[in-house]
Design a binder for this molecule. Structure first.
Ligand code: SF4
Length: 482
């Protein structure tokens, strides 16, 4: 199929949509300072980093060093401290520390050609183009990931890398857009045409847009029909108010799920914003711990349940807000936050009592209809389920006692759905925040979707969504045909 969009109309519509949106931070710094040095530094900081983080880090750095010579006076460690938490802050600090030395050949001024700019430490084509366009108003096309992505969604180019997009745009994009296209599409990509779940329902281009490879967000509740496939998600968010600041509502919508089970909300209903309780298209259900800022589970559902059950019916566990059940016509769905066995295994006995109670609760439900259990089980079942099994035998989450319970749970007929489809090692759902563990994939698979044996034929797929960030856990997914 061939598409031919009218780029002038498209960019005019985008300009209209984003006129009240935030200006990308690098443009903002250019407007505020008209200083190529600051534009260069802010552009270096902005790679793989949210605009608001870049803005704060750049402001901290410029307060201490607002020119090249002052920057060279700072140690690499102080630069790293000032720019933290931008992405790759240590590498960026190293590059910034070397900037003065590298700019000596340009008389300590920011060079004005792409070929010269890319000789500076940490400066690639994208950064060079952005500096050319924003600081010097020179003919350059900066291709941020938003530009690359959106131009491909529009089928204006059909490329697989930002560099190829830049080259293709040089051949066909009218020159009058070269300087502005990046700012326009970054603002548009951050607000409407988002990478996950673009807001096509609010977009003036929804009619003519080819929407190549796009899965728009859903905004309507739906009625469950027999034979339909449901996408179910489980995610330990490690504090729902913290993840709200990282764009939780958009991530949730973009997951394209029918029901999402959440664990470790760490919030009581009166601590939740209205926006968090009422995400368009979903009804939310909450079961919180009595203790503030601790444990807690929730559901967001597009489907209307016939019944909601809070807890296990046992005060010892229900005061910690660990289990919430939605009953649908043909199955029960549980979101569970299993206790952690704790430092020096102080809570191992509590956890084992919880495990036993949970199993008998699920077995009672199973007598009525199928049961799907999802959540953070806080245990890696087998050696394949964590990176370093040998050194963790006595640690919470991999003790023989906890693993023995998982054995008895599966012996009772409950099936770990992920292992139906995937027998590979290195498939993890949790990584420590320390030691750069996620980047090195030193993790554990402790988040599960399990079903009773009779429901197994209805399981169509199970997956781990490692690409979703925002917590030390990533979501896990089940595709299920009730
Ligand atoms: S219709 Fe959707 S995919 Fe197309 S530009 Fe608008 S938000 Fe992006």
């Amino acid at each position: 199929m061939s598409y031919a969009i009218d780029i002038e109309t498209f960019l005019a519509e985008v300009a209209d949509v984003v006129k009240d949106k935030e200006v990308p931070v690098v443009d903002l710094i250019a407007v505020q300072t008209r200083d190529p040095f600051k534009v260069l530094v802010a552009t270096l900081l902005s790679a793989r980093t949210k605009d608001e983080v870049t803005a704060k880090s750049a402001a901290r750095l410029f307060k201490k060093a607002d020119n090249l010579f002052a920057l060279a006076e700072l140690s690499e460690e102080s630069i790293a401290k000032l720019i933290y938490p931008v992405g790759f802050y240590k590498t960026k600090a190293r590059h910034l520390k070397r900037l003065k030395e590298a700019m000596a050949e340009f008389d300590y001024t920011v060079p004005k050609t792409i070929d010269e700019l890319i000789r500076l430490p940490g400066v690639g084509r994208k950064t060079a183009n952005l500096v050319m366009a924003v600081a010097f108003k020179k003919e350059a096309i900066c291709v941020d990931t938003h530009v690359h992505r959106i131009m491909n969604i529009w089928a204006y180019v059909q490329t697989d890398t930002p560099l190829k997009t830049e080259m293709a745009l040089r051949g066909k994009l009218p020159r009058k857009y070269w300087l502005t296209v990046n700012s326009l599409l970054v603002a548009f990509g951050q607000s409407i045409c988002r990478p996950i779940g673009p807001h096509c329902d609010q977009c003036p281009l929804a009619g003519p847009c080819p929407q190549r490879g796009v899965r728009p967000r859903k905004t309507k509740r739906k009625i469950m029909k027999k034979e339909q496939e449901l996408r179910l998600i489980s995610w330990n968010v490690n504090g729902i108010r913290a993840v709200e600041k990282k764009g939780f509502a958009d991530i949730l919508t973009g997951l394209d799920a029918d029901v999402i089970g959440i664990q470790e909300t760490k919030a009581q209903p009166d601590q939740l914003s209205e926006a968090l309780k009422n995400i368009p298209g979903f009804t939310s259900y909450w079961h919180s711990a009595e203790r503030k800022g601790y444990s807690g589970v929730a559901f967001y559902s597009r489907l209307q349940p016939v019944n909601v059950i809070s807890g296990l019916g046992d005060a010892e566990f229900d005061c910690e807000g660990r289990v919430l059940t939605l009953e649908f016509e043909t199955f029960f769905l549980l979101t569970i936050y299993f206790p952690n066995a704790g430092e020096k295994l102080k809570r191992l006995d509590y956890k084992l009592r919880f495990d036993a109670k949970l199993l008998s609760f699920a077995q009672e439900l199973e007598k009525k209809k199928d049961v799907i259990l999802c959540g953070d089980f806080n245990v890696a079942h087998k050696e394949i389920d964590l990176k370093n099994p040998k050194s963790n035998v006595k640690n919470p989450g991999f003790t023989p006692e906890e693993r023995a319970w998982m054995d008895s749970f599966t012996a009772a007929g409950f099936v770990d759905t992920f292992r139906i489809f995937n027998q590979e090692p290195g498939q993890y759902s949790w990584w420590s925040y320390r030691f750069n563990a996620r980047a090195k994939n030193i993790g554990w698979r402790i988040d599960y979707f399990c079903v009773n044996q009779a429901a197994q034929p209805k399981v169509k797929n199970a997956a781990i969504r490692q690409e979703i960030m925002g917590s030390d856990h990533c979501p896990v997914e089940l595709v299920y045909s009730p």
